[in-house]
Design a protein around this ligand. Sequence first.
Ligand SMILES: C[S@@+](CC[C@H](N)C(=O)[O-])C[C@H]1O[C@@H](n2cnc3c(N)ncnc32)[C@H](O)[C@@H]1O
Length: 550
Amino acid sequence: MDASKSSGKRHEVCFPTPLSGKEPREVSAKRMKVNRALMTFRNLFHKLVHQFKVNEPENSDLNRKAMVEAAVIMKTKNQWENTQRCVGGILGIEIGDVFQHWVELNIVGLHRIFWTRIDYKIMSKRPLATSIVVADGYDNNGSLVYVLHGRNPTARRNPVRGQITGKGNLALQNSMQAKSPVRVILRVDGNSDGAVVSSNSCSFVYDGLYLVDSVTIERGRDGRLVYKFSLSRILGQPPTFLALKDHGESSKQHARLTPRKRRKPRACAVRKEIVRVNDLSNGEEKFTVRVVTSNDCDQLPTSFEYILNNIYSKKFEQATLCACDCSDGCVNKETCVCFMKNGVKMQNDSKKRVVSPKESSLIYECGPSCKCSSSCINRVSQHGIRFQLEIFLTELKGWGVRTRSFIPSGSFVCEYIGEVTHHKEAAWKLDNEYIFHMGMFMMKLPFLVFWTEQLQYSFAGVGKFSINASKRGNVGRFINHSCSPNLLVKDVMYDHNDKNLPHKMLFAARDIPPGRELSYDYNSFNGKFIKFKFNTCYCGSPACNGKIYI
Ligand SMILES: C[S@@+](CC[C@H](N)C(=O)[O-])C[C@H]1O[C@@H](n2cnc3c(N)ncnc32)[C@H](O)[C@@H]1O
């Protein structure tokens, strides 16, 4: 029975949301808060899991326990964001954002209710749906179908035929009648093999605002009522990270995205793109680096030699780094001398991720002089790229790089590789777009004796060396600048001991969904350029300061 006939029309205009009228700065400030809350949660969660593993090795439900406890601790410290329930978009959260655990949805205010699929707000004494978590699928018309089960047939007070019961179901029906937008969060299956990562092998992706078009009520085989809500995505919203799939992509994790399996390509998705080069690295990288352009453009990047390691000028003396003699894969961080140099804060977890990318600017990894094997857990960024990356033509910034896989926050993405040269001999005075200036490590000064090496490093200035990737380089040379970047640059030492020549490693500053352009901040100290002259920045971020230093 159709409780409400759909008009059949797609909804063209976005409904007023809490975001309308907000200043771009307010939006980006809130986004930073949301990201900070997520980072705090993940650090706390990892710490608690570790603690529980030691104290309760028998407990098989440690992850869930740690998750709930971390969320409760944050709640008592008022560290949750967007704590008021509201209808529409949520400040600081963008379409395509990925969440690793259900409680993360609660902490950032996207879906305030725990473990229940429909969240609602009471308005004028009636429940109105605010958000739903969906794991169902799409029908042949491209509408999202959301199936809910009603009462047990043996229950005494069975509802009158056709009547909707349950607050959540009622809320969705009310949203349909009021034409009120509902946030849709897709539950995506995945496991931790480098694609979609989550401790409970599923993630959650914010897919934007939808309208409830219709509801049908049927009786299931077991006699229970089955409510089938049909929803359509409000047009005019950015395409989600599944746009790549709409164009015939068949990457490993796309196949796992159950909610969109049967979805038809949409008119608003990205233009048709053609793979021009299958692997720019010619098989050198572990994952292909392909080049794509739209079908009406056959441009290719200007030629350069793809290299996997920096090329140093012979003049540089590179003292040997002190090495560890661990035989346990460096799991004991208190005995590994390389790990110890990173200070008390742990730099990576067992999934080979930097736990908190913001913590330290200088990271020591084990290297060729160490006794440990190349699979030791303190060798995170020296084995090349770990995700499928793609070079594509941006509208205003020339070539750019985007990811084809989900990149979890804190993961190593790639190194900025090229020819390491002294400023005197570098071509940076010319119009060279591919120069990365290195920082300078301050030598220990008598009045700074109490400073740790890390602290001194943070106050270092611009150094004498730069990485020139104009003739030789890797995928890193194509990564553009953004004033709200999703990558962070870290200095990593592993094969030599000259702190003026660290490896410039790029790590994910947050979860990065497939299809998203990668960017870092050229204008920061550990960015690409010295502040000599600037061009107009086209990063398009609400926080854009309009300038990119070159
Ligand atoms: C290292 S290259 C990045 C790859 C480059 N887009 C290309 O086509 O090869 C740096 C150059 O990219 C351009 N670029 C990077 N980010 C930009 C931004 N946000 N706005 C404008 N231009 C940008 C500038 O021309 C800059 O000198």
